[in-house]
Structure formats: structure tokens, C-alpha cells
Design a protein around this ligand. Structure first.
Ligand code: BGC
Length: 513
């Protein structure tokens, strides 16, 4: 019999562990995040070339070709949890790696629009699996006192993945001949530099996708070398194997740990989707907390702000041609500030950081919204006059025209907003989703939370262009309100999980799973 566990209220216990080993396997698991970042943003450098290749003229279809991957991710997340409980965490990682590989090849060599979309769905599915399995696996192998830092490696990998795509795309574009070689078939979908042939008869955009094969193979091979999660092994009745894995991580006290895991998993059946059913709209209240956190992570607008930042930069003189510099600055801020989360998450805790993040994003988004609302707007008359460089095309109609000073305020607010996201909500939502649920419901609850994250991402990306066409200030205003709401939501509903053993989550969260 295991002694009652009440550790969650005491000071964080620092256990003796084989740090190198646990950091090593967490980095391998986090590689799924790198591919998540790579696959989700490689399209930004390749989209126009693909539209030319298959003459995709319809703008809604263009948007859908890009966004369909997000739906694939939602489906991947949904199945990720079941699979993880059925075949184990490690096999799901291997499947995700193989699907990334297939998606990279498929997107590089499509025959037509329909199969390009299919490969995007496959890649999206792999992203969904990775987004479930990496946070789950890392929290299940990490010692409690290091868990926040190790789980944050997943977000670090995502942002490094996004950053690498930009670099790879830029290097590839730098290697093709300047100017556009392909003929214009239809002025509505003209060729771009990424349509130029780079090598082996393949165009630059094809190489952008092909490059994904390298990290996918590395992820595949390395994921074969890590041990299975001890929590999964105990759930499968393989406690002896779990002990072996735990003794590679912990220096002492492995028997008590296995006993505590066994105790937490006691019940008449193996973990399954049914276990998350509950009284609040069909689900356990804690599952709703995970879902709502995942939705807020998207509803504060990070992806929309990312992709629409060109307008803000152009106001301070960085036009489209310097888009690479601007997106590199934003990506660098995103990477650097993720280290702030890694430094503080196990010291300051998840909840306080989330609150700081919500407050910081609220202020910076509000500054952006006010700047946009108060700025003079681009009108047809001004376009016709052609006197203002940020108002000389129909696509700029209604856009706010920022002055030099308001432009700089917007740039600083934008970068500060990304910094707040990167240091708080970016990593912490993944950390919490991986650790906040008791052992019995982790896989199922996590997969529903991650699915909600992708659906919310889809909703924001699909509705943002429409919102912007009404008013950019309105779009940012909505994100501002969401940031404010997220503050009060966290304050009321999120419990601090810093240093709490996974086996103690049930009593901390007061869940009867
Ligand atoms: C979010 C992604 C976002 C990325 C970039 C992740 O935590 O889930 O939607 O693109 O951070 O920072």
C-alpha cells in the first residue's frame, strides 16, 4: 500500500536524477515540435509558387490549400491520444516521424492540387500527433522539479522549426537565378522566384518541402532509441519494465514511484476516451480547463499577428521586399523569449507566468488596436492620387496608414507582444496540457485539448481576413479582449502544478477520473 500522497502542497522536492539521460530523451521527443514548426510554416515561402504551378486562381481555394493542414492537425490530435493509450507513446512518435517524411516527399512531388492538399493533410495529421505525444511523453519521463523546463523544450523546438524554415527558404531563394524564369500563363497567378529551377530539374519550392525529409528521418531514427514511457508501461501491467526505465532516470527510490503510478492507475479498465466523460457538458471540468486554455492560446491571435505583421513593418519603411528581415526579427524574438520561460517556469510557476503573459499581451494588443483605430485609413481617393506608398493598391483599401512615430510604436508593441507570448502562453499551454491531467485520463484529455487548439487556430486564420476587411482595429480589439479574459480565466480556474508529481494531479485538481 502506498502512503497517502500529499506532496503537492509542500516545497518542490529536488530528486537525484541522471540529468544527461533525461535531458537527452526529452530533446528527442521535442524534435516533433521542430517538425511541427517546420511543416506548418514552410508553406509561407512556397505558397505562391504552388498556386502558379497548379494555376490556383480562386483566393478562397488558395486559402483552403494552406489552411487544410490545420484540420489534419485537429484530426491527428484526436487520434493521437487513443493511439498513445493503445500502442504506446514511442510507436506514435515513430508513426508521426514517418508521416512527416511522407508529407515532405508528397508536398515536394504533387501531381495536382488535390494530392498536394492530401499531403498537407498528412503533414497536418503528423503535426497533430506530435503535438499530443511530445508534451505527454516528456511530462511522463521528466522528474517533477525539471518538468516545466523539459516540457518547454517542445515549444522551443516549434519556434526553432519556424525560424529554420525561414532560413532554409531564404537560402534556397538565394541559390536560384534572380528574376523569374517561368512564363506568365495567367496574370492573376503569376510565377515567382520560387518557381525557378534550383537543381535536378526541381523548382525552388519543391526543395523547400524536400528539406523536411532530413529532420523527419533524424526524428524517426532517434525516436527508436528512447525508452517507452514508464506511465504507459504500468498502465499495460508491465511494471517491471517501467522500473527499468525509471532506474535510467532516477538515482534512487524507483520502487515507490512504480507503486505510486500503479495506485494512480487502479481501476477496472485500461485508460480510454470514456474516462474523460463528466458532468459539465459531457466532460470532466478539468478537461474543459485544458480545452479553454488551448483555445485562448490561439484566440490571443499569435498566428494572425505573425502573418499580418508586414503592414506594421511597412509603416516604418520595411516593405514587402524586406519581409525576410522582419519575419526573422519576430522569429528571433520568439526563440529568445522562450528561454525566459525555460528559466522561470519551474521557479516562478505556470500560473503566475500565464497571468503576466495575459497582462502583457493585453497591454501590447490594446496599444496596437488603438494605433490602428485612430490612424487615417487608406481610401480609393488616396489610392487614385497615388501619393502614399502604403496606400497605392486595392489590397490596401481600409488599411490604417501609420505615421513614422505611430509605426514605431506599433513595431515595438508587436515585438513586445510576441515576447510575452513566447515567454508564457506559447510554452506553458503545452506544458500544462502534458502534465495537468491525472494518469488515467492524460492521453484522452490531452488529445481533446490539442484538437481544440487546432480548431481554434483554424477559426482565427479563416476569420482574420474577413475581420481585417472590416477593420484591422476590430481584429486586434477582439484579440485584446481575449487576452483580458484569459487573465481572469487563469486566475480563477488554473491550479499551480509546479513541482507536483503526476501521481498527485488527481488530488491537486480534485478530479475523480
Ligand atoms: C502555438 C502555435 C504558434 C507557435 C508560434 C505555439 O505554441 O500553438 O500556434 O504558431 O506557438 O510561436
Amino acid at each position: 500500500m502506498v502512503a497517502p500522497i500529499t506532496r503537492e502542497t509542500g516545497p518542490v522536492v529536488v530528486e537525484k536524477v541522471h540529468t544527461g539521460k533525461v535531458v537527452g530523451i526529452s530533446i528527442i521527443a521535442a524534435l516533433g515540435g521542430f517538425l511541427f514548426g517546420y511543416d506548418s510554416s514552410v508553406i509561407n515561402g512556397a505558397n505562391k509558387a504552388v498556386f502558379y504551378q497548379f494555376q490556383i486562381e480562386n483566393t478562397s481555394l488558395q486559402g483552403f490549400v494552406v489552411a487544410i493542414a490545420l484540420l489534419g492537425s485537429a484530426v491527428g490530435a484526436f487520434f493521437g491520444g487513443r493511439l498513445a493509450d493503445k500502442i504506446g507513446r514511442k510507436k506514435v512518435m515513430v508513426i508521426a516521424a514517418i508521416l512527416f517524411l511522407i508529407a515532405g516527399l508528397g508536398q515536394a512531388f504533387p501531381f495536382a492540387t488535390w494530392d498536394f492538399m492530401l499531403w498537407r493533410v498528412v503533414g497536418g495529421f503528423a503535426i497533430g500527433l506530435a503535438a499530443v505525444i511530445s508534451p505527454m511523453y516528456i511530462s511522463e519521463v521528466a522528474p517533477a522539479h525539471l518538468r516545466g523546463r523539459l516540457s518547454s523544450l517542445f515549444q522551443l523546438a516549434i519556434v526553432v522549426g519556424i525560424f529554420s524554415t525561414q532560413l532554409v527558404n531564404q537560402i534556397i531563394i538565394g541559390m536560384v537565378p534572380d528574376g523569374v524564369q517561368e512564363p506568365v500563363k495567367n496574370p492573376a497567378v503569376p510565377p515567382v522566384e520560387a518557381n525557378n529551377v534550383l537543381a535536378l530539374g526541381l523548382q525552388a519550392w519543391q526543395w523547400m518541402f524536400l528539406c523536411m525529409v532530413v529532420p523527419a528521418v533524424i526524428y524517426w531514427l532517434l525516436s527508436l532509441t528512447i525508452p517507452e514511457s514508464p506511465r504507459y508501461l504500468v498502465a499495460e501491467g508491465k511494471s517491471a519494465e517501467a522500473k527499468v526505465v525509471l532506474s535510467k532516470i532516477y538515482v534512487e527510490d524507483v520502487d515507490t514511484k512504480v507503486a505510486a503510478i500503479e495506485e494512480s492507475l487502479k481501476g477496472d479498465h485500461k485508460p480510454s476516451m470514456k474516462d474523460i466523460k463528466g458532468p459539465k457538458f459531457g466532460l470532466l471540468p478539468l478537461v474543459w480547463v485544458g480545452i479553454i486554455l488551448a483555445i485562448f492560446q490561439q484566440f490571443v491571435g499569435i498566428n494572425a499577428v505573425f502573418y499580418y505583421s508586414n503592414l506594421i513593418w511597412s509603416a516604418v519603411g520595411f516593405d514587402e521586399s524586406r519581409a525576410f528581415t522582419t519575419s526573422t526579427i519576430i522569429s528571433a524574438v520568439n526563440v529568445i523569449f522562450t528561454f525566459v520561460a525555460i528559466a522561470f517556469i519551474d521557479r516562478v510557476g505556470r500560473k503566475l507566468l500565464l497571468l503576466i503573459g495575459s497582462a502583457g499581451m493585453f497591454v501590447t494588443l490594446a496599444i496596437l488596436a488603438v494605433t490602428f483605430v485612430t490612424a487615417e485609413k487608406c481610401t480609393q481617393q488616396l489610392i487614385d492620387a497615388g501619393t502614399n506608398s502604403s496606400c497605392n493598391a486595392v489590397s490596401q483599401l481600409n488599411n490604417p496608414m501609420l505615421s513614422d512615430s505611430s509605426g514605431w510604436i506599433a513595431v515595438v508593441a508587436l515585438c513586445t507582444y510576441v515576447a510575452f507570448f513566447a515567454a508564457t502562453w506559447g510554452p506553458i499551454v503545452w506544458v500544462l496540457l502534458g502534465e495537468m491531467f491525472p494518469n488515467k485520463i492524460r492521453a484522452a484529455a490531452l488529445s481533446i485539448g490539442v484538437m481544440a487548439n487546432w480548431i481554434a487556430n483554424f477559426v482565427v486564420s479563416e476569420s482574420f481576413p474577413t475581420l481585417v476587411s472590416i477593420s484591422l482595429g476590430l481584429a486586434y480589439g477582439i484579440f485584446t479582449v481575449c487576452a483580458l479574459l484569459s487573465f481572469f480565466y487563469v486566475l480563477k480556474f488554473v491550479k499551480e502544478t509546479k513541482g507536483v508529481e503526476l501521481e498527485d494531479m488527481e488530488s491537486l485538481e480534485n478530479v475523480k477520473a
